[in-house]
Design a protein around this ligand. Structure first.
Ligand SMILES: [Zn+2]
Length: 264
């Protein structure tokens, strides 16, 4: 389920997982403006088992209520620098390191951090060598579960290609699209995937299901639902695209015979 902005809820292996939680009402957030509230409130979600934060320092990825939800959860997985800022219960993961989360059914969910580049490849890097700031994406996997890629704020097809090469059989991808642009930043170039690059990422990754997020709800997202529909149709990939209304569950299908419950 996409809640709005980047925020996505995944029910996987008996765990309720929220990525990049944002639950504030519309209004200004420093240099960014939120223009739509969440389709579902944090309270309506009930207990959350795991929160994924691709980066903590941009308000469109972690706003005030989202931060409160994260800090009330038993576990937050995020970047090393974000874990230092957030404190308990956040754990920092470097790209290509994993954390195992116990499942109520006795198995485990493996969360692997993957790289993300938050702007053009040649853009100015911060003191730590990151374009824009430190960001990670996530790959979720486990026995009997679909493998799901959650991109975080990433604009790099080169990075998506590396993730596809190193990750066997991604079944579903949550792609942060919307071509976020901040006036004056990197010559106004996109800080996340635009619609055409989202379709290209989907072609490289090859999942059966692509769920776009991070394409509406904030004023700095320059491409939205219509652009995504067109780009995927142009590429002949409309069958992958799931542009459901925010707040509605999107079933994930796989060839695994064993029944499992997994919805995004
Ligand atoms: Zn960001």
């Amino acid at each position: 389920m996409v809640v709005g902005g980047p925020t996505t809820v995944l029910d996987l292996g008996g765990l309720r997982i929220v990525s990049d939680p944002t639950f504030d009402a519309p209004g200004p957030h420093g240099y960014l403006t939120k223009i739509a509230g969440p389709a579902v409130t944090a309270g309506q979600l009930g207990p959350v088992d795991l929160v994924l934060v691709s980066h903590d320092n941009h308000p469109d990825n972690l706003d005030d209520r989202g931060r409160a939800l994260a800090l009330a959860a038993p576990l937050v997985l995020t970047t090393g620098s974000a874990a230092g800022r957030l404190g308990q219960p956040a754990i920092g993961l470097a790209p290509w390191t994993s954390h195992a989360v116990p499942r109520p059914d006795g198995g485990q969910l493996t969360v692997t951090a993957v790289p993300a580049v938050h702007g053009p490849e040649d853009a100015e890097r911060d003191a730590d060598g990151f374009v824009n700031c430190e960001v990670i994406g996530f790959v979720l996997s486990g026995q009997g579960l679909p493998t799901i890629y959650v991109s975080g704020d990433n604009a790099s097809i080169q990075t998506v290609t590396e993730i596809a090469r190193r990750t066997p059989a991604i079944d579903a991808a949550v792609l942060h699209a919307g071509a976020a642009r901040v006036p004056g930043k990197f010559r106004d170039r996109a800080l996340s995937l635009d619609s055409v690059r989202a379709a290209a990422a989907a072609a490289v990754l090859g999942p059966a299901v692509v769920i776009p997020a991070h394409y509406d709800g904030w004023a700095h997202f320059s491409e939205g639902r219509a652009g995504l529909a067109r780009a995927f149709d142009d590429a002949g990939q409309a069958a992958q695209l799931r542009l459901s209304d925010h707040g509605t569950w999107i079933p994930l299908r796989t060839s695994v015979i064993e029944p499992w419950k997994a919805e995004v």
